[in-house]
Structure formats: C-alpha cells, structure tokens
Write a protein that binds this ligand. Structure first.
Ligand code: C5P
Length: 296
C-alpha cells in the first residue's frame, strides 16, 4: 500500500491481489482450511481518504451497494484497532471502491490492512509489522498478507505470511464476470476427501523465480477452481474464452469470481484487451505486479 497527502487529507492506495498458487492441505478443527497459497499484489487499487474526526467512526463509500455499517471491514478494522490500542478517538473514512467485490481479489482485506497501517501512523502506536499482522489475522484470513504485500507464500488459514522476493515484472489481464461469489460457500462445497496428488508449492516458487511467464504459466494452480467452475457455468465459459488467447496461463483468483490470464513476454496485451472488451465477457483490467503501475 502507499500513503500520501492530497488536499489536506491522507490518501491511501490499497492494492488487490491474485493467487498464483493455492493448494488445500486439509480441514482444521476450527472449520477453516489449511492452505498453501502464493499471493501477489497487483496494480489495481482501492483508494481510501482518511481524516481524524471527533465523532466516532464515519464511513462512506463510492459504491452504494457496499455495506457501510459495522459489517464493513474498514469499520471493523477501526473498532479492533481502537480496542487493541486503547485509543478512543474517531475517524472519517471515504472509500473509493475500484476493486470488484466478491471476486477473490482481496479488496475488502486490503482496505482493512490499509486502515490498520494508517491508524498506526495517525495515533503513533508504533506497532511493528508482526503486531499489525497479528491484529490483521483477526479480521480475516487474507488481511495479514496486505500488511506487507508484494509477493508472499501464505500458510495456515492464509494469515501466516512469508515474503517471497519476486524481481520479475508480470503482466496480467483480469476479467470480473460482474457477479459475486461467496468464499464461505465455495469452501463449503469443497470435498476434502477428493484431494489427491497435492501440488507442491516449492516447485511453483522455483518457476516463479525464473521470471519467465511461460514457465510460471505452466504451473499456475488453484485447488478451488474446479469447484467454482462446476458451480458457476458462467465462470467456466469465461475460462474457455480466455484459453483461446495466447496467454502463458489462465487461472481463477482465490474463490472467484475473477479470472486472470498471465501474458506472454511478447504478447500483444492491448490487442487482447480490446478483443475481450468487444466480446463482452465482463469487466476487463490490464494490471501488473508493479504497484507503481496503478496510475494514481
Ligand atoms: O477469513 P475469511 O473471513 O476471509 O473467510 C471467509 C470464509 O471462507 C470462512 O468463513 C470460511 O468458511 C472460509 N475459509 C476457509 N478456510 C480458509 C479461509 C477461508 O474455510 N483458509
């Protein structure tokens, strides 16, 4: 994430993520699934404008469809940070929502992590990344990843984060099918007994380190993809459309509904983008894993 000042208010860019690899190792006694996933921050961002307020937590959003009450992850993040730090001051937050919702792109989680980072600065609580990540883990499985961002191997529920330096620049075309998918529903439909031949994350990471999209594309993997394609024929249709283009690989992100194509080194990204837009398969975004490409 990136924090800077604009017209007297703090502006924060909170990036989306994609999952390049996701394997499910088992079901835990707490009902969650034990994961091994490689997440990568991308250049599609939400923007949060924050300022101090003497009146409690005032939250508003550019997307009227989004819950703005106590259920919103930004509001939950403020409440939890107040509790952990013992601070009782208020804040005013406006969220300019650009990351599609219910897409497996981690938008809500990223907004929550950005809120924690900003409050840590504003209230001078001086928490280090480890402490912020432990607070983040209480808000959701993906929130801790966004405290450090970039590329990381995430284990446990997703909240045990090990940074994985990735120097190479990758280009992706993202498709949001214009409908949301509930993460809990996808996991509920996942049959753990069907998990055979577990995919090995170490061999994936070796390929990622090469910086060669064709090598990475050949081993992109998401254990949840099969369940989602079965439950949502609309997602399968888009996957089939993308498969006809010259991508290095095509994959569902997280529990969906967004899919992405990893672009080849010499691929004509703008031409593919135009064609996909004309085919009306959903919202199309061209992104990279370089935060500075977000255009803000
Ligand atoms: O942690 P988060 O709120 O993002 O998770 C949403 C839902 O996804 C959980 O309630 C759970 O049903 C499912 N989930 C899971 N195993 C994980 C992460 C999420 O079963 N590792």
């Amino acid at each position: 994430m990136k924090i800077w000042e604009e017209r007297g208010k703090l502006k924060i860019a909170a990036p989306a993520k994609i999952n390049l690899f996701l394997e499910i190792l088992g079901k835990r006694p707490d009902g969650y699934h034990e994961l091994e996933t490689v997440m990568q921050e991308i250049s599609l961002c939400d923007y949060l404008y924050m300022e101090e307020s003497d009146k409690d937590v005032l939250f508003s959003c550019s997307n009227p469809g989004l819950a703005a009450g106590e259920d919103n992850l930004v509001v939950k993040a403020v409440r939890l940070f107040q509790k952990e730090s013992g601070m009782s001051k208020g804040v005013k937050v406006f969220l300019d929502k650009r990351i599609p919702v219910g897409a497996g792109l981690g938008g809500g989680s990223s907004d929550a992590a950005a809120t924690l980072a900003w409050l840590n600065k504003l209230w001078k609580t001086g928490y280090d990344e480890t402490k912020l990540m432990s607070i983040a883990g209480k808000l959701g499985s993906d929130v801790a990843f966004f405290v450090i961002g970039k590329t990381a191997l995430c284990r446990g529920r997703g909240e045990v984060v090990t940074p994985y330096p990735c120097e190479a620049k990758y280009h992706y075309i993202l498709i949001y099918p214009k409908f949301e998918i509930s993460t809990a529903m996808v996991y509920n439909n996942f049959k753990i007994s069907l998990t055979k031949n577990l995919k090995n994350v170490s061999s994936f990471l070796q390929q990622l380190a090469t910086g060669d999209p064709d090598k990475v594309g050949a081993c992109l993997y998401n254990r949840l993809e099969e369940v989602v394609l079965r439950l949502y024929p609309g997602v399968e249709t888009i996957k089939n459309v993308l498969a006809a283009y010259a991508f290095s690989g095509v994959l569902l992100s997280g529990s969906g509904s967004a899919l992405y194509g990893l672009c080849k080194k010499e691929g004509n990204i703008r031409e593919i983008e135009q064609q996909l837009k004309m085919r009306n398969v959903g919202d199309v975004f061209v992104v990279t894993n370089d935060f500075d490409d977000n255009g803000s």
